[in-house]
Design a protein around this ligand. Sequence first.
Ligand SMILES: C[S@@+](CC[C@H](N)C(=O)[O-])C[C@H]1O[C@@H](n2cnc3c(N)ncnc32)[C@H](O)[C@@H]1O
Length: 308
Amino acid sequence: MSKVKNPNIDTLTEEIQNSNYKGASAAEVQSHYDINDVSDDFYRLWLGKTFAYSCALWEENEGYDELDQAQMRKLDLHAVQARVKGAQRVLDIGCGWGEQLRHLVEVHGVEKTVGLTLSNSQAKRIKSLENPRIEVRLEGWSEHSPEQLYNGIISVGAFEHFSKLEISQEEKLEGYRNFFKRCHEWLEPSGWMSLQTVTYQNMFREDFNSFIIQVLPGVDLPTIADIAKASERLFEIVTLQNDREHYERTCKAWLSRLRANRATAINLVGQEVVSRYEKYLTLVCLSFHSGANGLVRITMQRIDNPRY
Ligand SMILES: C[S@@+](CC[C@H](N)C(=O)[O-])C[C@H]1O[C@@H](n2cnc3c(N)ncnc32)[C@H](O)[C@@H]1O
């Protein structure tokens, strides 16, 4: 249970204590992000310099070779949306290989960043940075127990792991609500949160492509309505932009890099895995192209006097 004590949270805390986390397990998350000992090398081949495994923020005329630049722009966007310039403490939930944490410290003057991940290889890489202002914890958000409040929270491309197709819509909403309750509890009064996630848009949950689940086990998506419902009376949604075409471009850039580095990739993980990732990225491109999936970037502000 969280050690942070905020006014207005006693009721919330009790409710959360009675709930079990029903999103992707650590083993499911690790099966995707921790491929033997070669995970970092394989992902770096196609994710590029920033190691960002989420939708970039593109300018109109940029080409696929400018992926790193578009990813840096995305890192800036979340720092700005979370209003954390010069902040003392910022939490990144689902921090990947740690570039957002590093960017916050090095570019936005954040004193201390804390990242949560369930991936061993990601945690290992972040620890290897040996930066005392960057802390990584190998734990899920439902186990997180901070000593102090955060000034801002960022979560990019992780919400997709917070539910599973096997659970009911009610359980899914309850899980999402618990997530927002926790974030509410950990944030300073009037604090900001920046959230980015893929959504179900023009498709039903039942239509989720079974091939994608083989590559990314323990995955499910919210609708925009699910996010609004789960966060109501805890957070005020201040901005929401849908950038699905940016994710189509990002996936095309990843695919083009993977193909350009095919021989090296095969050396690292074998032909079968490379073909599987090519198919997976192609399917994801199509789902953004068709509008089946959306990609939302949301700015939320903590409501300090929530009505129960
Ligand atoms: C697609 S990656 C995104 C990483 C990073 N935010 C980025 O944009 O590159 C998803 C991340 O969510 C993390 N994750 C999954 N389930 C989680 C949970 N319950 N709590 C915290 N992190 C989780 C994974 O370990 C991984 O770091």
